[in-house]
Design a protein around this ligand. Structure first.
Ligand SMILES: [Mg+2]
Length: 215
């Protein structure tokens, strides 16, 4: 039944973090620690103050980095290399997810608010590299992250995505608002369903959901 809502889709856009690996892998636990350490060194704030600043920027700008660039003239490449310098050795290959993505007809891309390098590392660890035609990091959106309209416009223009023929899979509900407004099919990948006009579908198990779309 759900497949009919995706029959027109020729491009499949996936978020990376907590979408193509389970939140239980807790990469953000490590990244948040590196965010706050970076901000402590930069600002002289203590850890609590740095964490609050990170969160305030994430809320206001879509990412901590954007706030740091606006207020502290941070070099985004230096920042991204630092905060993504994490241990991902516990990530496991996911055959079910790999096969489910492979079976989708059309173009498949990743669009993350993290760096391109981070995405490539994580995809390799998950055994998903070969399934994607392109991988876009926040640098491809000129460091203006999702959920901004700019981010989607920039990356979709680069890739040639026609939003009305595309679907977006994403764990952060707010990052589905612009895709929905652009005419994409939106899928919230999360343990907790969320009621929102800009969410068409919800799943807590991406491989199962994708396998319903291909008959
Ligand atoms: Mg995510």
């Amino acid at each position: 039944m759900v497949a009919k809502h995706f029959a027109h889709v020729d491009t499949w856009v996936f978020d990376l973090d907590n979408t193509l690996y389970p939140p239980s892998a807790d990469l953000f636990g490590q990244m948040d620690g590196r965010f706050s350490a970076y901000v402590e060194r930069l600002t002289g704030l203590d850890q609590a103050g740095a964490l609050k600043l990170c969160h305030d920027y994430w809320t206001a700008y879509g990412s901590t980095l954007t706030g740091l660039m606006a207020h502290y003239d941070v070099d985004p490449h230096h920042f991204l290399a630092d905060v993504h310098d994490i241990d991902i050795s516990h990530l496991e290959e996911d055959q079910a997810l790999s096969q489910a993505i492979k079976a989708l007809p059309g173009r498949k891309i990743v669009f993350t608010n993290g760096s391109h390098n981070h995405a490539k590392r994580v995809l390799a660890a998950r055994g998903l590299t070969v399934q994607f035609d392109a991988v876009y990091g926040v640098e491809h959106a000129d460091f203006k992250p999702k959920p901004t309209q700019y981010a989607f416009s920039a990356v979709f223009a680069k890739d040639g995505v026609t939003p009305t023929k595309a679907a977006m899979f994403e764990d952060e509900a707010r990052n589905l608002a612009v895709p929905h407004a652009l005419g994409m099919r939106t899928v919230h990948v999360h343990d907790d369903p969320q009621d929102a006009d800009h969410i068409h579908h919800h799943t807590n198990h991406l491989p199962d959901f994708l396998s319903q779309l291909v008959r």
